[in-house]
Design a protein around this ligand. Structure first.
Ligand SMILES: O=C(O)c1cc(=O)[nH]c(=O)n1[C@@H]1O[C@H](COP(=O)(O)O)[C@@H](O)[C@H]1O
Length: 234
């Protein structure tokens, strides 16, 4: 049976008023609302608290540091109660395990779920090779995905192209969260590994993350509704 795939709207705004306007417009279509580095850097924890009034929050800070520092950051963030929080899988098994432990200690039944970012969707094979990683994105995503799930990550962030290989390798349990999704005809922007919502339909993702195609549309509510319809029509 096909999984339900929800829309996560990336609220990448320079201020809370703009982000909250997008949240209000898109919340009826959105399974998650994402507060990322730009909004959090501008507005701090107030952004998470305010956006949480419109729907479950995915706090995307992509933590990447030594285990003790990441665990401390998660303790400090835990009063904000985001549903999901990102760390970088490249931080290694000990860092991922420390993140999971900190999330468990911080919180009851609705603890923060840890998502490990594998290979950023803005990197193509050549850009990845420049960082010293040979073998291409799929191989590296599988390597980091296996490591992260074994170390305690609840889910993974990957590009549309790696969803099917990750499901084959890791089964149904880990949540797969997929940015880089672009409706047909919309600009790729700085994303390198993309697919349309329709192409995502059967691939087995739990959430697609979409920012600019929604937030820069003339009518963000209509753009979100169109993507939600495309995801549901599988
Ligand atoms: O962790 C993420 O959400 C993320 C990981 C990744 O590899 N690529 C990626 O684009 N993202 C985020 O997903 C969103 C994509 O936004 P748009 O490119 O505007 O749709 C941004 O908020 C990015 O920070």
């Amino acid at each position: 049976m096909a999984r339900r795939c929800g829309l996560c709207v990336a609220l990448d705004a320079p201020d809370l008023a703009t982000a909250e306007g997008w949240a209000r417009a898109t919340a009826p279509q959105a399974a998650l609302l994402k507060v990322g580095l730009e909004l959090f850097s501008a507005e701090g924890g107030a952004a998470v608290r305010r956006i949480a009034a419109h729907g479950p929050v995915f706090l995307d800070l992509k933590l990447h540091d030594i285990p003790n520092t990441v665990a401390g950051a998660i303790r400090a963030l835990s009063p904000l109660r985001p549903a999901w929080l990102t760390i970088h899988a490249a931080g290694g098994a000990a860092m991922i395990a420390a993140a999971r432990e900190a999330a468990e200690k911080a919180g009851g039944g609705d603890r923060i779920r840890i998502l490990a970012v594998t290979v950023l969707t803005s990197l193509d094979a050549a850009a990845l090779a420049e960082t010293g990683v040979a073998g291409g994105p799929v191989q590296q995503v599988l390597r980091l995905g296996r490591l992260a799930v074994a170390a305690g990550a609840d889910g993974l962030v990957c590009s549309p192209r790696e969803v099917a290989p990750l499901r084959d390798a890791l089964g149904e349990a880990p949540a797969l969260v997929v940015p880089g999704v672009r409706p047909a005809g919309s600009a790729a922007d700085d994303q390198a590994r993309t697919a349309t919502p329709e192409e995502m339909a059967e691939a087995g993702a739990d959430f697609v993350v979409v920012g600019r195609p929604v937030t820069r549309a003339a009518d963000p509510a209509a753009a979100a509704a169109a993507i939600a319809r495309a995801l549901a029509a599988r």
